[in-house]
Design a protein around this ligand. Structure first.
Ligand code: URA
Length: 266
């Protein structure tokens, strides 16, 4: 068998790990190619790999549009800046499947921020959050507490549509979360209403079922602590259109609104 230069050290490493005999040689060779230093490696780790393998260090592809660096996200001084800086994001698999990036929209003036799960078909087509059937119901829910859509801000955990409207995976959600967090910093909402289980789990780490936790104040540890009111997702309300479910959502929204109204006197 002819050995190519950089193959030796990896063969030795695999041998040391006791897996050499278990992997067919062509796969090992592929693995060697695959094992070239990746951009996510720290410089010191890259150097360690290079020293061990003699492989050349491949410079990290600098594409701040597809992989917006954290410094760019942190440096965004306005929501518009932030949107411009991240709208080309391809950092998770959802990016490749989107038609439009759904950044979020509305006004921060009321101090109320709604957070849903992720864009569906209508939102993907229009590039705006909650514009389908669930959005129509959200508008009605807002009207029931005396607010219009334009008075609140609406965003989602992920900004690109998951295929077949599935729930975003943990890694997808966590990859997108720094964008939402910067949005929250810029909006500085006085109250957040989370819609359904996904924002509660991904933003606050609350794993308890939404049926048990809805209506109970939570706290987001940002900006000194932001009160969070979890409620049902409008899509769930549409599926379970019972008086009990509608009353639950209404009372959650009333509680959120009361907190906002009372904020002036606190
Ligand atoms: N469902 C969501 O969670 N977000 C949207 O924007 C639309 C539907």
């Amino acid at each position: 068998m002819t050995m190519i230069g950089p193959f030796h050290p990896w063969r030795d490493t695999l041998h040391d790990l006791g897996v050499m005999g278990l992997i067919p040689v062509p796969l090992v060779r592929e693995a060697v190619i695959e094992k070239q230093p990746r951009p996510i490696m720290a410089q010191s780790a890259q150097e360690a790999v290079q020293e061990k393998t003699n492989l050349p260090v491949v410079p990290a592809p600098a594409d701040p549009v597809a992989f917006p660096p954290p410094e760019r996200v942190a440096a965004a001084a306005t929501l518009e800046d932030l949107e411009r800086g991240i709208q080309g994001c391809l950092a998770c698999p959802l990016g490749a499947g989107r038609i439009r990036f759904v950044f979020g929209e509305g006004s921060g003036a009321s101090g109320l921020l709604f957070i849903g799960e992720g864009p569906g078909r209508d939102e993907d087509l229009k590039g705006r959050p909650f514009v389908g059937k669930a959005g129509e119901l959200l508008d009605k829910m807002l009207a029931a507490i005396g607010l219009e859509r334009g008075q609140v801000y609406i965003a989602n955990i992920v900004k690109c549509r998951p295929p077949d409207n599935r729930t975003p995976t943990g890694p997808e959600a966590q990859r997108c979360l720094p964008y939402l967090k910067r949005q929250i910093e810029l909006l500085a909402p006085r109250v957040i209403v989370t819609l359904g289980a996904t924002p509660l789990r991904e933003l606050l780490g609350v794993q308890t079922g939404i049926t048990r936790v809805r209506g109970q104040w939570q706290r987001l540890e940002m900006l000194g602590g932001i009160p969070v009111m979890p409620t049902f997702h409008p899509a769930y309300v549409l599926r379970q259109y019972t008086q009990e479910v509608r009353r639950a959502v209404w009372s959650d929204l009333v509680a959120a609104k009361k907190w906002l109204d009372d904020a002036g006197t606190r």
